[in-house]
Design a protein around this ligand. Structure first.
Ligand SMILES: C[S@@+](CC[C@H](N)C(=O)[O-])C[C@H]1O[C@@H](n2cnc3c(N)ncnc32)[C@H](O)[C@@H]1O
Length: 273
């Protein structure tokens, strides 16, 4: 069956608002979404997007299948390197200064954690930070959540291709991974500090509070403004005063948030009351 870009774009512009998502976020990644939609049409034996549109209107359960087709899983270790440098230079020392003597464990949440690349990036950097600052007796635990069972399984396995780890300095690759043929397995010590959970951020929050929340390349890229505002307000309740919210390089927070201090375009600190 034929599905050209123009038709697919028009379809996405129609359906995304129904899913509380925004076309802008999908502009660059639409080809992979269009491919999935085309496969779905073949599977359902539906001949055109107009007919699929009608099918969606007649079949409420199909919206869930469409929602799943909108999941973008692109990630890599140290994605947007500068952000991770700023975390090491500003966020880690600041947290240590604020919370030393009050806690022996920092908690971090990575929302939309891909295959664990962000989770293990932060754990690797914390380990290196501890090596340079051996008197800090604080461990870091990271929870990664996502709606994609297969990428979560990959995260639990912790095995990556060269392409995923290409931003990591070779010395760190040698110390944090075990090479297995053409792939790289994250060492067990990091795995023990990482937990991966299947969870839809639109439906459920994690219990507890966090020193760092990563929310990159999900809510503030793909969801519409109303949903962004609603979720941000919920997230802020789970960020400890003095804790840090990290967003993606190409993202902005919805306006009107007075409880955050902007340290860079991607790093925000929650003010104390
Ligand atoms: C583009 S990736 C971003 C990965 C990583 N945060 C990064 O910036 O490299 C988006 C991630 O969000 C997950 N995701 C999509 N919809 C979600 C939802 N409603 N709740 C939680 N995770 C979701 C995807 O499965 C994927 O892991």
């Amino acid at each position: 069956m034929q599905l050209n870009d123009r038709e697919c774009v028009a379809f996405l512009q129609w359906c995304l608002p129904h899913l509380q998502m925004t076309w802008n976020g999908f502009r660059k990644v639409r080809r992979q979404v269009c491919k999935r939609i085309k496969r779905r049409l073949v599977y359902l034996d539906i001949k055109s997007l107009n007919s699929y549109q009608q099918y969606l209107m007649d079949t409420p359960s199909e919206w869930l299948a469409l929602d799943n087709m909108m999941r973008i899983n692109i990630s890599r270790f140290y994605r947007d390197k500068g952000v991770f440098s700023n975390i090491v230079d500003w966020v880690f020392p600041d947290l240590v200064q604020q919370f030393s003597g009050q806690t022996d464990k920092f908690c971090c949440w990575s929302i939309g954690c891909g295959s664990g690349e962000e989770v293990f990036s932060i754990l690797i950097l914390w380990e290196e930070f501890l090596k340079r600052n051996p008197s800090i007796g604080i461990s870091l635990n990271v929870i990664g959540t996502s709606t994609d069972p297969s990428t979560l399984e990959r995260a639990r396995q912790g095995v990556y291709s060269m392409g995923s780890i290409k931003e990591i300095p070779q010395k760190t690759v040698n110390s944090a991974f075990i090479k297995e043929n053409d792939e790289f397995r994250i060492k067990i010590g990091y795995k023990q500090k990482a937990t991966f959970l299947l969870q839809d951020i639109r439906k459920k929050m994690l219990p507890g509070t966090f020193h760092i929340i990563f929310c990159r390349n999900l809510i503030f890229t793909y969801f519409d403004t109303i949903l962004q505002e609603k979720l941000l307000n919920k997230l802020l309740k789970q960020l400890l005063p003095g804790g840090f919210l990290i967003i993606g390089k190409h993202e902005c927070l919805p306006g009107g948030i007075s409880s955050l201090q902007k340290l860079s375009s991607c790093i925000f600190k929650k003010l104390k009351d």
